[in-house]
Ligand binder design. Structure first.
Ligand SMILES: CC(C)(COP(=O)(O)OP(=O)(O)OC[C@H]1O[C@@H](n2cnc3c(N)ncnc32)[C@H](O)[C@@H]1OP(=O)(O)O)[C@@H](O)C(=O)NCCC(=O)NCCS
Length: 177
């Protein structure tokens, strides 16, 4: 069953075709530069490796993000680690030509609505690199609050070099949407 939005729709699950798109995105430093696991997946060479990496995430529900216009897969979103009516959220728009068009915003909003209305959750949590200004802006716009700053949370490829990056822990409550 698809979750429908204005610019995109979300469909749960991946087949081999989608995993091969994931492999391409995982190998792209521009996409992965601020992601927690970015440095690791840049070395991935096979679909098998991507699959086993994805399967390791605890209780994950993966959704492909598809353009309404082209019907093409342009990214993915994942919710995982469900406990105490909360979960963690991750999102990657792999098609860079789609950046800055409000698709990250729409995807996050649809994922939050699905988590609150269909799964009965109360809170969505995430961690984002302090350097990922575009992502931080969209989370703030949606109503995510900054909970704390975690120093030296990860390595990020910032200004053309790998550096230590703090992460912002942010949360969206059902009642603030
Ligand atoms: C981060 C990401 C999900 C954002 O999705 P997107 O579709 O490009 O973002 P949107 O268009 O919905 O919104 C981005 C907002 O940031 C703003 N923005 C863009 N570049 C920016 C920058 N360098 N600094 C500050 N704000 C910026 C945009 O203007 C927009 O704000 P606005 O709606 O007020 O104009 C997407 O770019 C992506 O997948 N990047 C690679 C993976 C990643 O970093 N994922 C997030 C992990 S936490």
């Amino acid at each position: 069953m698809a979750i429908k939005g204005k610019k995109i729709y979300l469909e749960e699950g991946f087949s081999n075709k989608q995993y091969s798109a994931l492999l391409k995105w995982f190998n792209d430093i521009e996409i992965m530069k601020y992601i927690f696991f970015g440095k690791d997946v840049l070395t991935f060479k096979s679909i098998k490796r991507v699959k086993s990496f994805c399967q390791k995430v605890k209780d994950a529900k993966y959704f492909g993000i598809y353009s309404n216009k082209s019907k093409k897969l342009i990214g993915y979103a994942v919710i995982h680690d469900f406990k105490n009516k909360q979960c963690q959220l991750g999102i990657i728009i792999g098609d860079k030509t789609c950046w800055g068009e409000g698709i990250g915003y729409e995807t996050t909003k649809l994922m939050a609505k699905y988590s609150f209305d269909k799964l009965g959750l109360e809170k969505i949590c995430l961690r984002v690199s302090e350097y990922n200004k575009r992502a931080i802006r969209l989370y703030k716009k949606l109503g995510f609050n900054l909970i704390k700053k975690i120093p030296e949370d990860r390595e990020a490829y910032h200004n053309n070099k790998w550096v230590k990056s703090a992460a912002l822990r942010m949360e969206l409550r059902k009642k603030s949407m």
